[in-house]
Design a protein around this ligand. Structure first.
Ligand SMILES: [Zn+2]
Length: 325
């Protein structure tokens, strides 16, 4: 009996971080949403994501869960509460506009978070949700919310170069990195096994470790326009009437030295087009590559392979089949 009581007391004394945070959006990581950037764990200059990689940018204090493009924003992807809580404060009314130029950046100075809110998730945990879609907020200060409840939608308000929800997690007023449970001053973690995530284990596993990821791939009828990807998303699929046939891949979080290999195999089984990029001269937050040929393609089934090659060989391989008709 005394033992049972002791166990009960110990459980009660576990800090509130034992509440397991869920995803901040209603989406499937690796399928229709992706971590573009984690928190920067390196103080001063330089970058280190929570696992000592480069999936961060200097001074970044949160986790960015992105969708592919503004087309997804228009479709409407819910931002949801990561845990039960109470809405403390919020802002709406800022436009959704991808920041590209210095002028864009100046326009959102002091409003970097854009439309968003701060939710008190209890036990000293607060989460700030940012870059939500204008007019999408469906809860107000004072409202209580349940884990998974819709707060609004993913947008591109404030300082957003791609559509995403940014979350900053604070425990007792101090920023904490939710994949590892570490504060920025504690630096990154080379051994992921030592992480004490605030995220539920399945969520942390699904978000990955900042390794290169494929956002999308396909066959298009025109050379790929990299700048158009976050605006309008993947290009239209090639048809037998297209002026070209181009296999393409859109990737994030490449490291310096990585190379991208693309292989398109035609309906006859022969290699239709193939390319291997030079080694990346520096980390690339987002990158796209394509390989193809001029002229209307023969109809039929084409296979596309997209690979990321590091110094020690292929570190990511994806393949798919596409019918041109
Ligand atoms: Zn961010």
């Amino acid at each position: 009996m005394r033992f049972a009581c002791l166990v009960a007391i110990l459980i009660a004394a576990v800090p509130a971080s034992a509440q397991e945070l869920g995803l901040p959006a209603d989406c499937t990581p690796g399928k229709d949403c992706f971590v573009q950037q984690f928190m920067d764990m390196q103080e001063g200059g330089g970058i280190a994501d929570p696992f000592c990689g480069n999936a961060a940018y200097d001074g970044h204090e949160g986790t960015d869960l992105r969708v592919l493009s503004m087309a997804d924003v228009e479709r409407g992807v819910p931002v949801v509460a990561m845990a039960d809580g109470t809405v403390l404060r919020g802002r709406d009314g800022e436009p959704d506009h991808l920041v590209v130029t210095d002028q864009d950046r100046a326009a959102v100075a002091d409003k970097e978070c854009g439309n968003g809110m701060v939710v008190d998730h209890g036990g000293g945990l607060e989460v700030q949700y940012c870059h939500m879609r204008r007019g999408s907020l469906v809860v107000a200060p004072g409202d209580t919310v349940n884990r998974g409840q819709k707060l609004g939608e993913i947008g591109a308000s404030g300082m957003a170069a791609f559509p995403h929800v940014h979350v900053t997690v604070r425990r007792d007023g101090t920023v904490v990195e939710p994949m590892t449970g570490r504060r920025p001053g504690q630096g990154c973690l080379k051994e992921p096994g030592q992480a004490a995530p605030l995220f539920a284990a399945d969520v942390a596993a699904a978000l990955g470790g900042g390794r290169p990821q494929l956002l999308a791939m396909g066959l298009a009828g025109e050379p790929l326009d990299h700048a158009a990807l976050p605006v309008s998303g993947p290009p239209p699929a090639a048809t037998a009437a297209s002026p070209n046939l181009v296999g393409w891949g859109w990737l994030i979080n490449l490291r310096a030295g990585d190379r991208i290999r693309l292989v398109v195999t035609g309906p006859d089984g022969a290699t239709f087009a193939e390319t291997m990029t030079e080694r990346m001269d520096r980390p690339k937050a987002a990158y796209s590559s394509f390989a193809g040929k001029r002229g209307a393609p023969a109809p039929g089934r084409y296979d596309l392979k997209v690979e990321v090659w590091g110094n020690a060989g292929a570190i990511l391989r994806k393949s798919g089949s596409f019918t041109v008709e």
